[in-house]
Design a binder for this molecule. Sequence first.
Ligand SMILES: Nc1nc2c(ncn2[C@@H]2O[C@H](COP(=O)(O)OP(=O)(O)OP(=O)(O)O)[C@@H](O)[C@H]2O)c(=O)[nH]1
Ligand SMILES: [Mg+2]
Length: 434
Amino acid sequence: MFFERAEGGEKALLVHIESLNIHENEDASEFVLLCESAGLAILDVVNVLLKSPHPKAYLGEGKVDEIASLVAGFDAEVVLFNAALSPSQQRNLEAALHCRVIDRTGLILDIFAQRARTHEGKLQVELAQLHYVQTRLIRGWTHLERQKGGIGLRGPGETQLETDRRLIRGRIKSIERRLEKVKKQRQQGRRGRGRAGVPTVAVVGYTNAGKSTLFNQLTESNVYAADQLFATLDPTLRQIVLPGVGEVILADTVGFIRHLPHRLVDAFKATLEETVEADLLLHVVDAAAEERLDNIDQVNEVLKEIGADDKRQLMVYNKIDLLEGVVPQIIQSEEDSAASVWVSAKEKQGFPLLLEAIASRLAEKMWRGSVCLPASMGDLRARLYDRKAIVSESFDEQGQFVCQVAISIDELSRIERQLNVDWQSLVLDIEPFG
Ligand SMILES: Nc1nc2c(ncn2[C@@H]2O[C@H](COP(=O)(O)OP(=O)(O)OP(=O)(O)O)[C@@H](O)[C@H]2O)c(=O)[nH]1
Ligand SMILES: [Mg+2]
């Protein structure tokens, strides 16, 4: 990669913008968490009340001067703005503050870059970075100038700029080609799972809600869970077995945040494709967070953006160990299906209830019962075995197979269509779930 990234422990001054509109206001604490996630050493947080951004340097001249003297006083290495800056605003601020300036998009990109682990995740982050840098090329160059010692803020010569632009365009093209290839491979993998009729459950939720912890504990796998935002970037898939349902694929996903820059939503859509294809979403909520209601809205917003707002959700209120007097429980909806479960992922509280709720929600889309298969229907029986849909089997006096079956309704209708069988004529009895 040919971009510099914030080194861990860089001395940072944070500028949090407060809007006059109380509804748009948000707590500086999430911004601080993000900066800590990026590994910055935070010197101070400056709160600025702003009616509307100034075109030149986002803030008014007086404020800029004030921050400049703080930068000098603290000897800050970088200033972070909790706002989206235009390339020229960023440039003007760097000139005025005599240090590097990073805006919210740059910060999030930096965190993504640190967290990306898989090939695809890394490619996606780099693509987003390239698009971001493309418009800020002059600024990128001034960093190199700065490394030589001076605060030379003049842009590079026209030729150098042209070369850089061409390099970036070429790199973007090549990454897009590679991503296309990776995506195809992944889709094939997913089609494979779809064919096997294994239901997929995607764990989604606001960043830091405890998705990876829950995922880990449930699968007893070893996904990286840490007290940092975006501890996960790539969906991680594991298989679990649920009583009455059979094999289920569980997918951990990247945390959602508010004001996710639109460019990033696009870039990470592919990463979230598991979510779009899932049979059920586990929407994990940090029940101890003050902004939990707003966080739920934000997650639903992003789900809408990636076209997954019609997915069925099971709400999982996590971290009940931090709440007084709350015990693990399932709350039923009016239609009598499990609507939410209260658990503690960390303390492994409420897991039997959670598994039960997942199974019952998946069972809404399952067919369960026994069928009688004459010897002539060997292909159907083989197909059911292939889908791991046969729970148990015995013979009757006529030498026919009597099979107990659990299979997703979608998969069943596919089989009926493809093998041209009349399922109803084979049914001995239908089992209610429970
Ligand atoms: N007290 C308490 N802390 C929890 C619980 N579950 C998770 N945590 C903590 O919350 C923090 C975030 O957990 P993660 O599992 O990384 O959260 P995440 O939703 O995967 O976060 P991102 O992947 O960054 O979006 C960690 O410090 C966890 O230890 C819980 O049930 N109780
Ligand atoms: Mg995670």
